[in-house]
Design a protein around this ligand. Structure first.
Ligand code: ADP
Ligand code: MG
Length: 151
């Protein structure tokens, strides 16, 4: 199993990495973000949005669950934290099967709805500004993206 591990020492450094990732996406990708509150999932998504040439400021969709942004590709940014006890299907398949990029914070809470092919991203809070980011590609397409990101 392929895995990419990176350490960052500022939110800017995290956003530089995710911006680079955003540039490699072609549409239809599903990225899952895991990590404690304040780990940097939304910060990571901000950088990703930059890489998709999204000009609007990306902020946490905790209360709306899904936010959509227009860029080089559409970005669907979900935070399903509030669905923890509800198991509600908000039409996830339409997003996952669509031609935009879908990012899901707290994705394990909707595990039953998630596609098997996806990029799993864990962010670990190591210190004040220090984070470990672990990328686990599930499927050849995501392995290629990780390889390109490391070049
Ligand atoms: P989450 O969405 O996981 O709850 P946020 O991205 O909203 O987390 O918050 C992360 C916080 O941690 C932000 O205030 C960000 O500026 C800060 N931070 C400090 N260092 C880093 C880093 N290396 N990577 C990402 N965020 C960082
Ligand atoms: Mg968040």
């Amino acid at each position: 199993m392929m895995q990419v591990e990176l350490k960052t020492h500022s939110s800017e450094e995290t956003m530089t990495i995710s911006q680079g990732l955003g540039k490699l996406l072609n549409g239809g990708e599903v990225l899952l973000l895991e990590g404690d509150l304040g780990a940097g999932k939304t910060t990571f998504t901000k950088g990703l949005a930059k890489g998709l040439d999204i000009k609007r400021n990306v902020n946490s969709p905790t209360f709306t669950i899904i936010k959509e942004y227009e860029g080089r590709l559409p970005l669907y940014h979900m935070d399903v934290y509030r669905l923890a006890d509800s198991e509600e299907d908000l039409g996830f398949d339409d997003y996952f099967m669509g031609s935009g990029v879908t990012v899901v914070e707290w994705a394990h809470l909707i595990e039953d709805y998630l596609p098997e092919e996806r990029l799993e991203i864990y962010i670990y809070h190591l210190g004040d500004d220090e984070r470990k980011i672990v990328l686990t590609p599930r499927g050849a397409r995501y392995e290629d993206i990780c390889k390109e990101l490391m070049e």
